[in-house]
Design a protein. Structure first.
Lengths: 201, 201
């Protein structure tokens, strides 16, 4: 039912990105992007690198991002310096993928960014991610009413994910999001009609 | 009923800050902070300036911030460069007031930051504020579970405010927050026991 699309996956070498690439590649053309390795190596903290990438990659129908570097660690070590990891990475990295990418994506294309339950369900050590997530979610709702040519934007907000059990101890009380739920969350954004939504898979 | 407190108001020369200073000064000692004029001139985009201010100001029981510089303007002009206005101002400016200020505030003190309805109710031209608000709100919830010594943190989230009628045309459908509602929102944070809350006055 879904027309074949050309889908860029940013964060393609991570746990989520690899899974999504495998889940989508039988029916769609996947372009794998990561900081190191992948079809394209792109440092998303650099607007020049993002611009260069879009110029090279050519036409595409969708971009999904699972790229979320943030500072994880004790609050007592959290200063402006550490906070910048999430500001430049998960927040501005993803926001710039959209601000720049809107000029390259096909009409009726879609952006799907990654946030997470930490926006509303904080955990000790993860304040940087809570803030970055909140920023991306606010941005997604605002961008949805600004983007032209039928371009949509959503975020997928899982909690700790099934395939990252080393994080389980840091997320007491959170029932892990399964990889299948994560996949379906991204599919809702990719193949549905919604925009400006924070999808909790 | 409320014990006399020493309250720092950041953004004291703005519409909200001036009103709150007047509303609180009969019962409390107010320290007015602004970029220009006030008891202290502090550029909150500089962590050095914030640190220097706290060293000078001495003991205090509460800090309330109404300082929210963001980029307001057409989406087509919105790039990383413009976006930084809200990132450095309303977002990191306020976050750094807390990350640094926690080491200076009295035990059982409180921080009250400013966000706004744009977090969840976007309007054309205000994507930068939506993102900055979302970041501050995520941070507030996370900081509330990390702060020690009974220190509390909340945000007040008004919509367009009564005393800024020049903004009304940009907020169709928003019933303005009255100055009295705003004052009561801040008082709930200042004199109540809540923490980690986004107070919609």
């Amino acid at each position: 039912m879904n027309t074949r699309k050309r889908i860029i996956i940013v964060g393609a070498t991570g746990t989520m990105g690899k899974y999504l690439a495998t889940a989508l590649e039988s029916e769609h053309e996947i372009v794998r992007v990561a900081t190191k390795s992948g079809d394209y190596e792109v440092d998303i903290t650099s607007t020049d690198a993002i611009e260069k990438f879009y110029k090279e990659v050519g036409e595409f129908d969708a971009l999904i991002s699972t790229a979320g570097p943030t500072f994880v660690g004790p609050w007592k070590n959290l200063t402006d310096k550490e906070f910048r990891k999430g500001v430049e990475g998960k927040m501005m990295g993803q926001i710039n993928l959209v601000l720049i990418g809107q000029h390259y994506i096909n009409p009726k294309g879609s952006f799907t960014l990654i946030t997470g339950a930490l926006t509303h369900e904080p955990q000790i050590n993860f304040a940087n991610a809570s803030a970055a997530n909140g920023a991306v979610e606010g941005f997604v709702r605002a961008a949805a009413i600004e983007l032209q040519n039928g371009i949509r934007i959503n975020a997928v907000s899982p909690t700790v994910i099934e395939n990252s059990p080393h994080y389980f101890p840091y997320f007491p009380g959170e029932i892990p999001t399964t990889m299948k739920q994560l996949e379906f969350g991204f599919k809702k954004s990719l193949f549905g009609a919604v925009t400006g939504q924070i999808i909790k898979p």
